[in-house]
Design a protein around this ligand. Structure first.
Ligand code: ZN
Length: 425
């Protein structure tokens, strides 16, 4: 039986889900504080190129049989991009393996080995060449174990270590040490845990400016933060909802971390604020994105399945649940969440229509990373086009930001009021 709490969490299967989810590392990223982020992964016919935003410690690869895969460990890095495919790679996924290490797993379309590895001149890219081989050669590569590739010395991050006394003797972090997740943001509003919690995510930040305004080159990251703060302030004034911001300053946050904050806080709703840009200066208006159909998005199910076959990503055995059962549970929760996300998209449009011009096809579906929490209803709002003068003027004016913020806040209140009404019928 599915017991539904009024605010949209799915209590009946939630306990099982939360167990599953803590065991699905790619859905619950934590990150070492000073690690580089894997910002991009390009896969061509026979090579894979990774780009980092800082120095890494080292990379290593090894082959796995049944099914044939190649795992790439990046020490001193945290995942910040999603998997892709191409050439010899039929699918790929990234996860945080432990406090120091990001792991990429490549599913191979046919047996292949890493034949060469080259770092870019500044140590911030790594290209691995893949070479097709026969089954026998692949099996012996899997037997051979791990091969390590060190970045050029001048661009190598020091090994992650902790200082345990004042003499600054560095000891390696024990392998079994649980990695520390970043601290959760402050919650605003009444100190009443029975009230619903919404997490507002200001898009971009830090070295990621987002889109650039056609008017005066102002940056999307500043507009999204101002609007997120306006939403928060309006909600705090209402006193009916608790609210937290994924970022409240000009800082960079990897996408998985934004989702992870909402999930760890057990948010009842997640809203990511953005502004669009298009080649045509005429394009204008807001749009709202929700996750496209789970039937076409089997990422979570695939992860669970991979997890069950071999402890490729987390080193954790999922236990007695069959991979079919895991997939069904995840699928169920995700459908429920998607329905709620779509319902909120309609309320959001209705409550903001008087202040924000919308595109006629305002409700869009996409597989954005920030929409992928299986248990938190999530929408991404493109508040307008920074490539359009009228939209840009509104999105960078304090008055415009306040009006949009108030609109979003009243949509949030209407959404939760409706959930409470439905639950008490
Ligand atoms: Zn954006």
């Amino acid at each position: 039986m599915l017991l539904r709490s009024p605010f949209g969490q799915i209590s009946g299967i939630r306990r099982t889900m939360s167990l599953l989810m803590t065991l699905l590392p790619a859905l619950s990223f934590g990150a070492p504080v000073e690690a580089a982020t894997i910002r991009d992964m390009q896969i061509t016919e026979n090579a894979i190129t990774l780009a980092f935003d800082g120095m890494i410690e080292k990379a290593s690869t090894f082959a796995l049989v049944g099914p044939q895969r190649i795992a790439i460990d990046i020490n001193g890095a945290t995942p910040g991009t999603s998997g892709s495919s191409g050439g010899l790679v039929s699918a790929s996924r990234l996860g945080q393996f432990n406090a120091q290490t990001a792991r990429i797993v490549l599913d191979l379309a046919r047996p292949a080995i890493v034949s060469a590895a080259n770092y870019g001149k500044d140590g911030r890219t790594l290209t691995l060449n893949l070479k097709p081989v026969d089954q026998v050669r692949f099996a012996s590569a899997a037997q051979a174990g791990r091969t390590s590739f060190l970045p050029p010395l001048a661009f190598r991050a020091a090994a992650t270590s902790v200082s345990n006394n004042r003499n600054a003797v560095n000891v390696p972090l024990p392998k079994t040490s649980p990695y520390r997740k970043p601290a959760l943001p402050k919650t605003f509003g009444p100190n009443d845990l029975s009230l619903p919690l919404v997490v507002i995510d200001a898009g971009h930040g830090g070295h990621d400016p987002g889109a650039i305004s056609v008017l005066d080159s102002r940056q999307e990251k500043n507009a999204t933060l101002a609007i997120a703060r306006a939403v928060r302030d309006a909600l705090v004034r209402s006193g009916q909802v608790r609210v937290a911001l994924t970022r409240d300053s000009d800082t960079f946050l990897p996408l998985p971390e934004r989702v992870d904050i909402a999930r760890r806080m057990k948010a009842n709703l997640f809203i990511s604020i953005h502004a669009d840009s298009a080649a045509s200066p005429q394009a204008r208006g807001a749009s709202i994105y929700t996750l496209s159909d789970v039937a076409s998005d089997k990422e979570a199910a695939r992860l669970a399945a991979a997890e069950n076959k071999a402890d490729v990503i987390s080193g954790v055995d999922l236990g007695r649940q069959s991979s079919d059962v895991q997939s069904i549970l995840i699928d169920l929760a995700q459908r429920e969440t998607m329905n709620m996300s779509s319902a909120f998209a309609m309320v959001l449009r209705r409550e903001t229509a008087s202040t924000v011009p919308y595109r006629t096809d305002f409700h869009q579906f996409a597989n954005f990373r920030v929409l992928k929490a299986p248990d938190v209803p999530s929408v991404l709002m493109e508040t307008g086009y920074l490539s359009n003068e009228d939209d840009a003027r509104q999105l960078f004016s304090s008055d415009g930001q306040q009006r949009i913020g108030r609109g979003i806040a009243s949509a949030i209140q209407a959404h939760f009021a409706r959930r409470i009404a439905l639950a008490s019928r």
